[in-house]
Design a protein around this ligand. Sequence first.
Ligand SMILES: C[S@@+](CC[C@H](N)C(=O)[O-])C[C@H]1O[C@@H](n2cnc3c(N)ncnc32)[C@H](O)[C@@H]1O
Length: 273
Amino acid sequence: MVVRRAMGELVNHGKYAISDPIQYLYFIFDFISKRQFLNKKPYLQDKDDMVRNLFLMRLLHIDKNTVNRIISELYSDKAFIEYVTSSLRGVGRYIGEISSPEILYVVVRKMYPDIIVETGVAAGVSSAFILKALEDNGKGVLYSIDMPNYEVELSKQGVMRYPIAILPEGKEVGFAVPEWLKQRWHLTIGKSQNILTALLSKLGSIDIFLHDSEHTYANMYFEFSTAWQFLRKDGILISHDVSWNRAFSDFARKVKRKAIYMFGSDIGAVRKT
Ligand SMILES: C[S@@+](CC[C@H](N)C(=O)[O-])C[C@H]1O[C@@H](n2cnc3c(N)ncnc32)[C@H](O)[C@@H]1O
């Protein structure tokens, strides 16, 4: 059963092997690193991770010591790490949480932003790490948009093979976010297609945008191009699950910016230099 599902995933994405071999390579790395079929959790690793460090060094123009120093600061908050980890441990299955959420912490600590917008919350791992960094910075707010359990609908439409990011019974959106970090958080429930443009227009300018909601080509491209208009100069746009389709690479080419990828975590970023 496990092997059949794993093979199905590989074949399903096999078209990339021909049309875009590099993209397929990213997918394979991601597939192996998530190890979701072995029911292992890829998050919250505090080891010196070379792939992670390279990604952050290229994106933020910082050295390895700086990355490791910020990561150490993060992991020194045992209460935070334990809160997020135990929230997810209780679920016992992968529900779409971002791989390597510690990169978000480093980006936010270094960028020192005022306003961050993200789409796709579910358990709220990405939100928790962003909010932790804002708190440690002592400034900034996070606006999140989420349509809980929408992947049931997407899989009925054939967009996904099966829903992944489904909230456990009795749990609310953002259940992995510690209460003590919620004062900088503005969560809106609804589809990003209906909410994002108005939210960004209200905010005017943002420092960081993170996509982790509906990974269809149309929605990803819509979110990237809409957020880009409001992203300040030198701001950063990050996307999870960039191997699902070519929206991220097409977008980076369109705006003529270098796409920086993180192998194994299926993350891509562009900086509005
Ligand atoms: C992959 S999960 C987000 C994981 C989260 N970033 C984390 O790190 O824990 C995706 C979430 O986006 C929601 N979603 C899917 N399509 C959406 C849409 N069109 N608009 C808003 N949210 C959507 C899903 O229901 C789910 O809650």
